[in-house]
Design a protein around this ligand. Structure first.
Ligand code: 13P
Length: 324
């Protein structure tokens, strides 16, 4: 191994609060191999906030919510991008930086929202609501993006809705995100019935129980949660907004109503905050592991490719969002 590389062993200090010492040695071989492969292949690892801490804090070069990952993917200069996240994030990176080799370590790392709608559904919506702009959440396939006017993420959905200067929009596919944004704007939002399988499981009763069991707890909810959950929370925002909230407000006790690894990753940065951890696991994000990041780099798999005839239209929808 090159003398310039940090060794995996030296990284344990970063994650010792969230990875038990007995587990740590099982990660070391893959961490060392990935650090070396990144140099050999001139590669970077982009990791979403839901990745496990040994990925997020030990091998990732760029981390963030889906908006930040899209913005930063566009500026990557390395030859290879490994997307430690779900498939739509890898497709977005490829759309925005098409010259790069973009790898997703497991092709089955999907998303219930992306699976809830097809390009044909969007074409039907356009026929049914002629002239009404279609805003598509980035948690969709590239084919769906290609049928849309503009994309949004949970971090900019309200700004995107209001940027269009119209009184009615279609926002798909997340029904709850659409309802949560509708509660903050005068623009009428026509929604689709897609749901995130992680966030739809949280209930207002969960929050009331948490407040009873952990007095003074601050509750942060992702806007993919049902509106009744968001209404009972103290704050709602994207994964990056939740992380920023913890950093700026320093609540003594906090619960993040979202995917489980998020608390671990934020807790690493904030030893003074107590994290209460009822959470829901995302089976798709958990398909990404150190072992398959390593084989992605060793075997150049699975390379994301986008049909040339839809690249232009899908890219335009994402670029319109990023231009705001
Ligand atoms: P963020 O854009 O807030 O990171 O959310 C992405 C996501 O898929 C949440 O389930």
């Amino acid at each position: 191994m090159s003398a310039m590389l940090p060794s995996g062993a030296s990284l344990y200090d970063r994650v010792q609060r969230v990875i038990p010492p007995i587990e740590w040695p099982t990660f070391l071989d893959d961490i060392d191999a990935i650090l070396e492969l990144k140099q050999q292949r001139n590669a970077v690892v982009l990791a979403h906030n839901y990745q496990t801490p040994e990925i997020f804090h030990c091998v990732a070069d760029i981390v963030g919510d889906s908006l930040a990952l899209a913005r930063k993917a566009m500026a990557v200069e390395a030859d290879v991008i490994v997307l430690a996240g779900v498939h739509f994030m890898a497709e977005t990176a490829k759309l925005l930086n098409p010259e790069k080799t973009v790898l997703i370590p497991d092709l089955k790392a999907g998303c219930s929202l992306a699976d809830s709608i097809t390009a044909a559904d969007v074409r039907l919506l356009r026929q049914r609501y002629p002239g009404v702009p279609i805003i598509t959440y980035v948690n969709t396939s590239v084919e769906v993006k290609a049928e849309s006017d503009i994309c949004c993420t949970s971090g900019n959905a309200k700004v995107v809705v209001e940027s269009l200067g119209v009184s009615q929009v279609i926002m798909l596919p997340d029904e709850y995100l659409a309802q949560n944004i509708a509660a903050q704007t005068d623009v009428e939002i026509i929604a689709w019935k897609g749901h995130c399988e992680v966030h739809e499981r949280f209930t207002p009763a969960d929050i009331r129980q948490l407040r009873e069991d952990h007095p003074g707890v601050t509750v942060l909810a992702h806007p993919e949660c049902p509106p009744e959950v968001v209404a009972e929370a103290d704050f709602s925002g994207s994964t990056a907004a939740m992380s920023d909230y913890v950093g700026s407000q320093k609540p003594p006790r906090v619960v993040l109503m979202t995917e489980c690894s998020m608390s671990d990753n934020v807790a690493v940065e904030h030893p003074d905050v107590e994290f209460i951890r009822p959470c829901n696991l995302c089976p798709h994000t958990k398909r990404i592991t150190l072992a398959n990041i390593r084989s992605a780099l060793e075997q150049n798999r699975h390379e994301v490719r986008i049909e040339p005839e839809i690249v232009g239209r899908a890219r335009l929808a994402v670029e319109r969002m990023l231009a705001l």
